[in-house]
Design a protein around this ligand. Structure first.
Ligand code: CAO
Length: 503
């Protein structure tokens, strides 16, 4: 006999009035249990609301562009006989529906527990309907335990029984350590990237169980949605040694990940406004974070005397401008870096996937950080070693313009060997740039200024350019780094070396 069952929006911690950005089904559609019905977007994450029953959509109660809150009915589903499965017995039984699906990693369990504690009774059937709090929704301040990287990376290791929630659900999905043959050296999950990944709840749960960071997985589904198969393919690649390695393997090997920072309800202390990160920030943030936690950074500071170089540049500048070339200090710095990289080939290398070999590059492609209205991008001057300073200046101008207009192609941001981050046009005296992995060094440039330099028994004013070289200490040691900056400073002090023709 057929029954009509309402599927509701689950408890989402402190979120309410959440935007419906996609409606994935229509009346008459036959749906399976766990099929995504709608996609919601909070300021922190997108998440799908799945059906907890198998049946036919009788009526939709939401529209794309509308707003919903926990407990709202999403759809009424006609369920025949016992087709509904565990989730349909009654709304109140939904919690068991969640666990019977094999879901509920440490993090989702933690978030759900927090939500339940904070939630109203009307929210509980909703949470039940989805089989638990959506994994993508970060726990709200005060709503309960927050999934820390430790918890998420510990989940796969729960074969050891360390994690009750995951261990209890381990029957339907093999633990990651089993799949990986005892290896658990996947990189720790980046929570920000994981939250914003385009994937449904069951895929998220699956990824959690395997310890897979969804932000690292390429989606092959509709609109680049990540599917179960994509996660499996990622794990297979990990088995073959192609996945990003954990930071020193600490998270996986010792079960200890990054400590989490405290969550604060800022609104308690005064008025606030929440603004989403830009698209570029969402992409670059996880990459910068990955570099920061994976690479042992050291920064070597130095200064180059560019008094003579500035004299030469001033003389050449007008003539170059007539040719449409803006001869800025950065063009000379790129040229000087090419020479230094040729002199110190280890700085022009990368570690291979095993971490046991260095890939020595026989080409020199220089990336430079460009500040654009949409955020930071790094265009790459390909084959900079085949260019004189004028061609470099032209390439810098063209790529900067494209960057600011948001018109850089993917190819124009790939293949870099070494990056320069120049803040010299703005100010500052020194900073510690983050290495653009898998490169092994990055040069930060600050504003040049006149300083008294003691020479031949007297102080004389010289124009000094601050250099900040961050390097990967696994590849470059301190002696090599300071030799590199000393050499670079020497080249920058001698404009003849920088204006010569390049064949
Ligand atoms: N010291 C003193 N003055 C400098 C200087 C330095 N180190 N570098 C540049 N200048 C001067 C230039 O000479 C120019 O002055 P004039 O017009 O009088 O010649 C002025 O500053 C502006 O230069 P520019 O910015 O137009 O050109 P650039 O080649 O120096 O830089 C680019 C181009 C794209 C690197 C720059 O515009 C930019 O985006 N910088 C920001 C990079 C960034 O955000 N890095 C941080 C990354 S981590 O968050």
């Amino acid at each position: 006999m057929a029954r009509l069952i309402d599927v509701r929006v689950p408890d989402m911690g402190s979120f309410s009035e959440v935007a419906v950005i996609d409606v994935l089904v229509k009346p008459g559609d036959a749906i399976e249990r766990e099929a995504s019905l709608i996609t919601l977007e909070t300021e922190k994450a997108t998440m799908d609301v799945p059906s907890d029953v198998t049946g036919v959509v009788e009526k939709l109660h939401v529209t794309k562009g509308g707003k919903v809150s926990p407990g709202d009915v999403v759809a009424t589903v006609r369920v025949e006989g016992d087709a509904a499965g565990a989730g349909d017995s009654a709304p109140a039984a939904g919690a068991s529906a969640g666990s019977s699906s094999g879901g509920g990693s440490a993090s989702t369990a933690g978030a759900a527990a927090g939500s339940a504690g904070a939630g109203s009774s009307s929210a509980k059937p909703a949470a039940a309907a989805s089989g638990g709090t959506p994994p993508a929704a970060p726990a709200a301040p005060g709503s309960g335990p927050v999934a820390t990287p430790a918890a998420t990376t510990a989940a796969p290791a729960s074969a050891s029984g360390a994690n009750g929630a995951a261990a209890g659900n381990g029957a339907s999905v093999p633990a990651a350590s089993a799949i990986l043959g005892g290896r658990t050296d996947l990189a720790p999950i980046n929570e920000t990237g994981f939250s914003s990944a385009h994937a449904g709840p069951s895929v998220r749960r699956f990824a959690r169980e395997l310890g897979v960071d969804l932000s690292q997985v390429t989606g092959t589904g509709f609109k680049a949605r990540i599917t179960h198969d994509d996660v499996k393919a990622f794990v297979k690649k990990a088995l073959a040694g192609g996945a990003p390695a954990a930071a020193g393997g600490a998270a996986a090997k010792g079960g200890v990940g990054l400590p989490s920072v405290p969550l604060v309800d800022f609104a308690k202390f005064g008025p606030v406004e929440t603004k989403p990160l830009s698209r570029i920030q969402k992409i670059s943030g996880p990459r910068l974070h990955a570099s920061w936690v994976n690479i042992p950074h050291v920064t070597q500071f130095d200064e180059a005397d560019i008094t003579d170089l500035e004299d030469v540049r001033t003389k050449l500048k007008q003539k170059a401008l007539q040719e449409g070339i803006k001869l800025t200090p950065l063009a000379f710095i790129v040229r000087a870096c090419v020479k230094a990289l040729q002199e110190f080939p280890y700085v022009n290398s990368s570690l291979d996937a095993t971490g046991a070999n260095l890939v020595m590059k026989k080409y020199v492609n220089i990336g430079f950080a460009a500040d654009t209205p949409n955020g930071l991008v790094v265009p790459v001057i390909a084959n900079a070693d085949r260019m004189d300073v004028y061609r470099i200046a032209r390439a810098l101008g063209e790529l900067s313009e494209k960057a600011r207009a948001g018109k850089l192609s993917a190819a124009e941001m790939q293949g870099g060997c070494f990056t320069i981050s120049s803040l010299g046009g703005i100010g500052g005296t020194a900073f510690t740039p983050i290495i653009n992995a898998p490169e092994v060094a990055i040069l930060g440039i600050s504003k040049s200024s006149h300083k008294p330099v003691y020479k031949d028994g007297a102080f004389i004013p010289r124009l000094m350019l601050p250099l900040s070289l961050s390097y990967d200490h696994r590849v470059i040691d301190g002696a090599m780094a300071v030799r590199f900056t000393t050499y670079l400073a020497g080249v920058l002090a001698d404009p003849r070396q920088l204006t010569e023709a390049v064949l």
